[in-house]
Design a protein around this ligand. Structure first.
Ligand SMILES: *Cc1c(COP(=O)(O)O)cnc(C)c1O
Length: 378
């Protein structure tokens, strides 16, 4: 194993997903194809109901991707030009991009030891900045942000919460579920995500009927009835074929996939033993859905560690090596609002490495990753 840098343990095993479920998926495609109805029909409706049930929320609105889910939530909640939205610098760029697309200005605050937005920093930023109308926490790595604390703070300051649950579908923390306390929860079905489509897809979950109705209008050109456009909307619809695949096949396997991710995480947590490799656990490891498995490596050794894994045939990632406010697109667009020094977030951007974790990894592969790391001479 590992000769010629051939990768043998992958972050994602799309080939194995296809091998295990292609017959089901092809049957789903056939049903939708034969129905002759491809946009906003019964498949999207049925999937929305199934997802509402799975996430224990009243309403679900399918849309084109996770980023649109955030942008449309902000718009539906009345976030407008000149508003500020507090979020984390440590996330997919899409989180901040959605805020900017909605016309608002992101305010970046620091994260905690798990990489999740820090409620104390959020509260401090709320007292420092005016015109904040919303908080966008991210359930990074599959750990729920501290929604109870954030929700208390949001109530105190009269702001709303839009949860970026792109990495957190099914996650919970101290009995609180993803999407439960925020005005909306935003989900992505990008193929690497825990619940995956065969392409792009997204959804918004909410308990608020008026908000759900407004989101249905916004996702379809702002159209309330045929040829009646009440607001400036988007074209952000979930395809019937993706909805069919998601409900008829993927959603049925999600709990088993999450269980397997938790088993792998537990094994990494108990068996990786190396003085230069810090595993992190989570705020509620049993409630986390382990979209990623982050470890911290001293900054000066990180590239050597990644290279060592690669030579052993193990793929790894970094989430995220550049903080959002340091991205050129942001710097050239605005002088970003930054609260305090983002010290913890910098530790993640300098030191984090994501180990392979996906439901299709074999026990042997997981053990190989552990043994390889424990033997690293770094
Ligand atoms: C993937 C992701 C998004 C964006 O989702 P898309 O479906 O790719 O638009 C947003 N936020 C986070 C945290 C993500 O991981």
């Amino acid at each position: 194993m590992g000769s010629n840098n051939r990768i043998s343990v992958y972050s994602n095993n799309f080939d194995r997903l296809w091998k295990a479920h292609s017959e089901e998926v092809l049957a789903d495609v056939k049903i939708v194809g034969e129905s002759g109805w491809y946009i906003l029909g019964k498949e999207v409706e049925s999937f929305e109901s199934a997802l509402a049930e799975y996430t224990n929320t009243a309403f679900t609105v399918g849309c084109a991707n996770g980023m649109d889910a955030i942008e449309m939530s902000l718009r539906a909640l009345g976030v407008k030009a000149g508003d500020k939205v507090i979020t984390t610098p440590l996330s997919a760029f899409a989180t901040a991009l959605a805020i900017i697309r909605a016309g608002a200005e992101p305010v970046f605050v620091d994260v905690d030891e798990f990489g999740l937005i820090c409620p104390k920093a959020v509260e401090a930023a709320l007292s420092e900045f005016s015109n904040v109308s919303c908080i966008v926490p991210v359930h990074l790595y599959g750990h729920l942000a501290d929604m109870r604390a954030l929700s208390d703070i949001a109530d105190k300051y009269g702001v709303v919460i839009v949860e970026d649950a792109a990495q957190g579908i099914g996650a919970s923390r101290g009995g609180i579920r993803a999407g439960q306390l925020g005005a909306t929860g935003c989900i992505s079905f990008y193929p690497t995500k825990n619940l995956c489509a065969l392409g792009d897809g997204g959804a918004i979950i909410t308990d608020d009927k008026a908000l759900a109705d407004s989101l249905r209008t916004i996702r379809n050109y702002g159209q309330s009835e045929h040829y009646t456009h009440d607001v400036i909307g988007l074209n952000s619809r979930l395809d019937e074929v993706q909805a069919g695949i998601l409900r008829r096949t993927m959603l049925k396997h999600l709990d088993i996939w999450i269980k397997r991710r938790r088993e792998i995480a537990a094994k990494y947590l108990s068996e990786i033993k190396h003085s230069a490799v810090t595993t992190l656990g989570g705020p509620d490891p049993a409630g986390s859905v382990w979209h990623l498995f982050p470890v911290l490596i001293p900054a000066e050794k990180r590239l050597a560690f990644i290279d060592f894994l690669k030579k052993a045939g193990i793929q790894s990632g970094m989430h995220y090596p550049i903080l959002i406010p340091d991205q050129k697109a942001i710097r050239n667009h605005m002088s970003p609002h930054i609260f305090d020094k983002l010290e913890c977030a910098k530790v993640f951007s300098d030191c984090e490495v994501s180990l392979p974790i996906n439901p299709f990894l074999s026990e042997g592969e997981v053990e190989y990753v552990i043994a390889t790391i424990n033997e690293w001479q770094g």
